[in-house]
Design a protein around this ligand. Structure first.
Ligand code: HEM
Length: 174
């Protein structure tokens, strides 16, 4: 998307990504980090852990899920859909009996259905989360068209999953 359209879309939620706004959710992020580290410590203080699987793959997606307003019970679901959307070429993520393309399509469709339902819910009862903002936003006096709206959620989920996970994992390499 190019300006000026891009600017209009971006400005809908950019305020939620400022240092001050993120300070407001520090408590939630701290509690997510605590939960992850408690999981790591389950094996005891000297246990070995797979850092990617137990720490860096979880933190970013859980934080963006919290910011979007996805309930805790569905974070795992979101994690699987986004892994398949991005990593379908990897046999670890590809759905059995499906080609990579079919895996991506199925995951994206499931994610779209999920956020479509969530959009309807937040239009009826808005909360203090990103889905409520986007679901109730207007551009030029009109709600966001369905495909643009669902793609916005997908962008956030994918960006919130892959990038920071890889930066953290790479940053830990000897
Ligand atoms: C180490 C972590 C990250 C890296 C290296 C990274 C890198 C990038 C890069 C290079 C772009 C393209 C910028 C451009 O061409 O204009 C981008 C865009 C974007 N990123 Fe990230 N990103 C990271 C984390 C995140 C996270 C955690 C989120 C959200 C939860 C996110 C959301 C976005 C969004 C929404 C865009 C599109 C922005 C726009 O077009 O206005 N990113 N990112």
């Amino acid at each position: 998307m190019d300006p000026p359209e891009h600017r209009s879309y971006r400005s809908l939620i950019s305020q939620r990504f400022t240092p001050r706004a993120l300070q407001r959710i520090k408590q939630q992020v701290d509690s997510i980090a605590d939960e992850i580290l408690d999981g790591v410590m389950e094996g005891g203080a000297h246990a070995e852990t797979d850092f990617v699987a137990t720490v860096s793959a979880l933190l970013p997606i859980w934080v963006i899920a919290e910011m979007l307003g996805v309930p805790r019970s569905d974070w795992e679901l979101l994690f699987h859909w986004t892994n398949r959307t991005i990593g379908a070429a990897d046999p670890e993520y590809r759905e059995e009996g499906k080609t990579p393309r079919e895996t991506v399509d199925a995951a994206r469709l499931a994610l779209f259905h999920y956020f479509n339902d969530m959009t309807e819910d937040r239009r009826k009862s808005p909360r203090d989360d990103l889905v409520s903002i986007l679901a109730n936003s207007e551009i030029d006096g009109e709600p966001l068209p369905p495909f643009e709206l669902l793609s916005f959620y997908l962008l956030l989920v994918v960006a919130g999953n892959e990038t920071t996970r890889n930066a953290t994992s790479g940053g830990c390499s000897p």
